[in-house]
Write a protein that binds this ligand. Structure first.
Ligand SMILES: NC(=O)c1ccc[n+]([C@@H]2O[C@H](COP(=O)([O-])OP(=O)(O)OC[C@H]3O[C@@H](n4cnc5c(N)ncnc54)[C@H](O)[C@@H]3O)[C@@H](O)[C@H]2O)c1
Length: 419
């Protein structure tokens, strides 16, 4: 079967590779460099499984039917499903996601293919699919939330926690298409997942076909829960730091309660990355006219956390001044959110940088994946040795053993040394 994918980012490329194991996949991106990389068997993003699958396919060691293109006709004509995985950035002026890239992809699909099922994998506002179906008079649009983690994009699709597809309950054809799409994703998953035991006693990958609005809500509520958990342990850490308690001891003691669990509890400078900041704000916007206090508290808590971390950095800068360092330089060790990532979209350390620079403190950035001399007016260096010697204080959202020799000047809240 011919399947097309619009967008070769984390979501689009991982879904394209997953489905190319058993289908004829044509993937389109508007950036020619990404298309060329995929056709050479190279991943334009850092992801161990995608890199491995593409390299094995290029050397003939793995069967993948995947062609990338910038030509909508070549990609979309004759496709039975078109998966749309284009960006949905949060627009602070409209207080809503900018879904124009999703609609641009839908227009390009319909210009050459009226019959394809368009499966929106981009994260969209709650109610979006029902609205565009009505506005466009197009009943062949369904929605499937994506739950992958950056850096483990293909791994998470090979081992999915669950597969969710949304189609209107009263539209039997759409529900049937949603079920077939869920089966396609399942077929691409690691075969061992079909016999796995789930904590709720079921066997295999849980597959849910929901209404599209419920499926959209699942995505935003799941990410907001993750943000809540990060924000919770960060506020716990803020308290312990302010009162001189050992955060690590408190977290260990709290998390041995099995209902809480000793996972996803490592303090950081704040939740960040592409999805959690924008998805929490979008869910908050969706609450318009519905009572809530928790969702806005989660969004606010992340700001409060960054203010606190920036204050701690500035306190250390002032101490250096008292100790005779005339104009201390602050070093930002990596702009990325997680170790092993090549992506720093909306990373929390940028919020710290902004606050520290606003007080007139010079900042130097060590970011080997950034090929530019400056980042928002701050010098970028790839020379770790000179970075270490020039900076009086180094802030690191995530610890790295590269910093062992300068540990005394590092400020981090990465207490458990894991993501
Ligand atoms: N990154 C994640 O961890 C993640 C997880 C779940 C859901 N999502 C959601 O999935 C969507 C995509 O995220 P991503 O991280 O893959 O984004 P990305 O920025 O990595 O990739 C998007 C790709 O779409 C391309 N593109 C833009 N306009 C296009 C068009 N009109 N036609 C075809 N391609 C076009 C871009 O060039 C880019 O390569 C977003 O809505 C995001 O919220 C992302």
């Amino acid at each position: 079967m011919k399947v097309a994918v619009a967008g070769l980012g984390y979501v689009g490329l991982s879904v394209a590779v997953l489905l190319a194991q058993g289908n004829d996949v044509h993937a389109l991106d508007v950036v020619p460099g990404k298309v060329d990389a995929v056709n050479r068997g190279e991943s334009p993003i850092r992801d161990a499984e995608i890199e491995r699958f593409l390299a094995e396919a290029a050397s003939g060691g793995r069967r993948l039917s995947l062609v990338a293109t910038t030509d909508p006709e070549e990609a979309y004509a004759g496709a039975e499903y078109v998966v749309v995985a284009t960006p949905t950035n949060y627009d602070p002026e409209r207080n809503f996601f900018d879904t124009s890239a999703v609609e641009a992809a839908m227009d390009a699909v319909r210009a050459v293919n009226e019959d394809a099922w368009i499966v929106v994998k981009s994260t969209v506002p709650v109610g979006y699919t029902e609205r565009v179906r009505a506005e466009r008079g197009d009943e062949r649009i369904i929605f499937s939330p994506e739950f992958l983690r950056e850096g483990h994009a293909l791994y998470d699709n090979l081992h999915p926690s669950r597969i969710v597809v949304g189609a209107p309950k009263g539209d039997a054809e759409a529900v049937e298409a949603a079920g077939r799409f869920a089966a396609l994703l399942e077929e691409g998953a690691d075969p061992a997942e079909r016999s796995r035991q789930n904590p709720d006693g079921t066997v295999g990958i849980p597959k849910l076909v929901l209404g599209p609005t419920e499926a959209e809500a699942v995505k935003l509520f799941a990410n907001t829960y993750l943000a809540l958990r990060v924000a919770y342990f960060n506020e716990l850490d803020t308290y312990c730091e302010a009162r001189g308690l050992s955060t690590a001891d408190v977290i260990r003691g709290v998390c041995l309660e099995p209902r809480i669990g000793s996972h996803y509890n490592n303090p950081s400078f704040g939740y960040g990355g592409y999805c959690l900041p924008k998805d929490t704000k979008q869910l908050l916007a969706n609450y318009k006219d519905v009572p809530q206090s928790l969702i806005s508290a989660i969004v606010e808590s992340n700001r409060t956390r960054k203010d606190h971390v920036a204050d701690e950095v500035l306190r250390r800068v002032n101490e250096l001044v008292y100790r005779g360092v005339p104009a201390p330089t602050v070093g930002v060790y990596r702009l990325t959110m997680k170790s092993g990532s090549d992506n720093f979209r909306a990373s929390s350390v940028q919020g710290i940088m902004k606050r520290v620079k606003a007080k007139g403190v010079p900042v130097v950035v060590y970011e080997p994946t950034l090929d530019a001399p400056e980042f928002f007016g701050s010098e970028v260096t790839h020379d770790l040795a000179s970075f270490k010697s020039r900076c009086d204080l180094i802030v690191a959202n995530r610890w790295s053993d590269e910093l062992v020799d300068v540990a005394a000047k590092v400020y981090t809240r990465d207490l458990f040394r894991r993501d």
